[in-house]
Structure formats: C-alpha cells, structure tokens
Design a protein around this ligand. Sequence first.
Ligand code: ADP
Ligand code: MG
Length: 294
Amino acid sequence: ATPTALLVGTGRGAQLGILIKGPQVLESSRRIDTVVLDKTGTVTTGRMQLVAVHAAAGADPGDVLRTAGAVEDLSEHPVAAAVAAAARAATGPLPAVADFTAAPGRGVTGVVDGRAVAAGRPGWLADRWGAPAGDDLRAAADAAERLGHTVVAVGWDGRCRGLLEVSDTVKPSSADAVARLRRAGLRTVLLTGDNERAAAAVGREVGVDEVVAGVLPEGKLDRVRDLQRQGRVVAMVGDGVNDAAALAAADLGVAMGQGTDVAIQASDLTLVRGDLRAVVDALRLSRRTLATIK
Ligand code: ADP
Ligand code: MG
C-alpha cells in the first residue's frame, strides 16, 4: 500500500469526525460484513433519566435513592450518572463512600453510613442477596421492563431494599445509521448487558437484524469471537468499560468519542461526534482509499 494514499485517507477521516489510530486500520476495515452495536451510550444517548423509585417493604424511597446515588456518583456508567443526579436533586449533597468497587456490566459497591451497599443489575444483586422480596417489587420491575426501561436493584447489609427505574433515549441518528449499514449489505447486531425487553424495544426502533441481551462483558467478547469463528469479519462499536474486550477482539473496534478512556484505547477508530452514521462513512472511506491504491 502506498503510504501517501493511506495518509490522505486518515486526513479525510479527521474531516468526517473519525479519528483513526493508524493507516493500517483502513486496510482491516475493508472486509467488514457484520457490525455489532452496544446499546447504552452507543445506539442510545446514554443520558438517562430516573423515572421511579420502588422501595421494598420497610425501606424509605428517599433513603434508597440517596444511598444508591452516593455510590453511583463514583461510577462512570450512564445509568449511574442518572441515579446520582436524581439523588442529589431530591435529597441534597450525597454522603461519603468508603471502599468503592465497580464490576463492569454488573454494578457498584461501597460503604455508606456504615452500610455495605450494592447497586446494579437485578440478577447480580439477586445472586448476592436473593431476589427482592414482595409481589409489588416484582410487578414494578416487570412493568418497567415492559416499557423498555432499565432496572437497577439497590440493597445493603444482605437485602435488596428497592429498585430504581431509569429510561434512555435512542439517538435521533441511530435508525438512519442502521438503515445505511443494512443498505450497504452489512449484518447489524445489537449487543447489550441490559434486559431483554429494553433491548428489544431499542432493536425495533432502529431496525437491527438481531438483538442479543443480558450479556456480561465476557459475553460480549464471546459473541464477537463466535461471529468470527463463523467466518464473519466484525466491526464492534461501543463506549463502555464493559465493551473494551470485545472492541479489542473485533476486526475493527470503534469507540464513541463521549465514551470511556478504556473503550477509546481498545479501539482502532473513534467517532468524535458519537454519531453512528460515521461508521458508514468510515467503512466507505477505507474502501475508497484502498481502491485508490490498487
Ligand atoms: P450496555 O451493554 O447496554 O452498555 P452494560 O453492560 O454497561 O449495558 O450494563 C448492563 C446492565 O448492568 C445495565 O443495564 C445495568 O442494569 C447494570 N449496570 C452496569 N453498571 C451499573 C452501575 N454502575 N449501576 C447500576 N447498574 C449498572
Ligand atoms: Mg454502553
């Protein structure tokens, strides 16, 4: 390959809002036939809103929100930002947290006011402390998921104390981007750690070929490898710590400019404006640049 033509390609990429790690990247993107899209923060804005607090019997909703908000304030997950902002708005400055830990794709833990707190995906909390007790809470979780909302379970000292219901919005450009990818003959897969129904709602809205939900970060990596074993050449697009392994394993890793540093470091391309339509531009650019060389 002529270095000059490749460098022209990378320069054109910058104009399109695509940062390319090196000229060799264009070469690897030429044979892509499958595009795997993370949901939260990639297809959706990731600017989530808290829509409801459901407290377990005996727990105070304000306390549940404030306690979860304190721990989530230290997390970089989009769900966490919504919980922390709502907690601060409703209850004022948040209490201090000791011993914070983050489990990517699962949730967070920390000690608040002497309580050992966990907040995260309901299945993860249930594995530690059992499912939330009470028909009310189960019904609330069910209704939330049917609306396509994300549910965060909150607990401390060995018990689930409530559920937080969070909503997200699909980026206005995402459906158009998926339509353009499909028109270019690419298979599109939505891959998310979120619940089935939230994932299906987004999948329908943007029109992807396939939806895979409820996967942990290791599952995202496995899924990319499975596709590659089937002979597919895979581009993975993501923004989170939970996407990093899959981004690195994909034939082409694409990070959102607004994403976490870990995702950007693991990727070959970064979409500065976080607009998925730039994926189509990037694939087209690499084909055109390489055609110039040949
Ligand atoms: P996606 O694949 O859509 O980007 P993630 O894998 O990041 O989603 O997260 C999967 C699920 O794990 C979320 O829907 C949420 O329920 C839960 N989760 C992950 N991190 C957190 C956190 N910091 N606080 C609460 N829930 C979390
Ligand atoms: Mg994400």
